[in-house]
Design a protein around this ligand. Structure first.
Ligand SMILES: [Zn+2]
Ligand SMILES: [Zn+2]
Ligand SMILES: [Zn+2]
Ligand SMILES: [Zn+2]
Length: 342
């Protein structure tokens, strides 16, 4: 049974997310607004980045709001879980689906467009009027007589002339580093420009990373359910677990020996972060919470510049930030195990 003062404090904090006068205001109104905003964006990469940003933001909000609800036993005050947290959760889920949907669209778009052609060699036939002198084909060394047609490169300006399209192709085409086919239309490797690929192989090499929605080529970090990820970070973001000590999405982790719902990453384990976790030694618990808050803050600040909220939204965000800073540290740890239970 929670005491009255504590319950009132939780109720006030909960009100920052779901206001007492109308639960529909606060985060529910915000997320609906954000969803509308994102759906209007036509640039798919931008759409993905925004969806990701707002998802992170609302996901964090939900963690805190739920913590207040449970700690304050607000259900006993007649606050409906279904009309607040559960409703919010559903909209957050919609934000997540929007990210997945956008990546699918990006992939579809990529399939229907050609990659940028940089080194394409366009042969051009040049019909000279009075040809001044006899020329030798730069490839087969046969003579191009005065007045005859010849082939030359329109963009290289190398002053080379060829007797036929075949000689032109032989001279300028490159061998695909993957299938060894000779081709005039080739695409240099972004990392190793001396390697080139034909159109088909280049299509094979290009992929859209499911973690950052960027078009990448060549090597990828991992593939899961036929989705590719460009880096460890991108893979961990979509397929990893949240470390409860540093708030990072991680791939290598342990379960706490006493409570399997608590997850600790390999790095934090090495540093002995879990050993500091001690309900009696509050100083240490506070350190962990500080580290986690800092990590979460850094994450959102990084993207804040591209995603400016309105002044009103910023003010309420700051208030929530303050409220989070005052959180009883043990309660935060309790909430962490609750997140994972769900
Ligand atoms: Zn020739
Ligand atoms: Zn090829
Ligand atoms: Zn990526
Ligand atoms: Zn960690």
């Amino acid at each position: 049974m929670v005491d009255k003062d504590k319950q009132q404090a939780e109720l006030r904090a909960f009100g920052l997310y779901f206001p007492q006068y109308d639960w529909e205001q606060g985060v529910l109104r915000e997320i609906k607004k954000d969803l509308e905003k994102i759906k209007k964006i036509t640039n798919l990469e931008e759409k993905y980045q925004k969806a990701k940003f707002f998802w992170d933001k609302h996901n964090t909000n939900e963690i805190y709001a739920k913590n207040h609800y449970i700690s304050g036993e607000l259900g006993k005050l007649g606050i409906s879980f279904n009309d607040t947290i559960a409703k919010y959760r559903q909209l957050i889920r919609e934000l997540w689906d929007l990210q997945i949907e956008t990546i699918r669209e990006l992939e579809k778009q990529k399939k229907s467009t050609k990659p940028s052609t940089k080194n394409q060699s366009k042969p051009k036939r040049y019909k000279p009027k009075p040809q001044q002198e006899n020329w030798t084909c730069q490839e087969c060394f046969s003579e191009i007589k005065t007045g005859e047609e010849y082939w030359y490169h329109t963009t290289k300006h190398d002053n080379k002339k060829f007797c036929s399209e075949e000689c032109f192709s032989d001279h300028y085409s490159q061998t695909c580093s993957n299938c060894f086919k000779k081709t005039l239309e080739y695409y240099p490797d972004k990392q190793y420009p001396s390697l080139v690929y034909c159109w088909d192989c280049q299509q094979e090499r290009e992929y859209i990373c499911w973690g950052c929605a960027k078009t990448k080529e060549g090597d990828y970090y991992a593939e899961k359910d036929s989705s590719k990820y460009c880096s460890k970070e991108c893979y961990a973001r979509m397929c990893g677990e949240l470390c409860n000590y540093c708030a990072n999405n991680v791939l290598e982790f342990y379960h706490d020996e006493e409570n399997r719902n608590i997850i600790i990453c390999v790095d934090c384990k090495k540093k002995g972060e879990d050993k500091k976790f001690d309900f009696d030694g509050k100083k240490h618990v506070k350190d962990i919470v500080e580290a986690m808050k800092k990590a979460m803050k850094e994450k959102s600040e990084k993207e804040q510049n591209n995603n400016k909220d309105s002044a009103d939204d910023q003010a309420i965000e700051r208030e929530r930030e303050r409220e989070r800073a005052n959180l009883n540290t043990i309660r935060l740890m309790t909430s962490l195990s609750l997140i994972i239970l769900n």
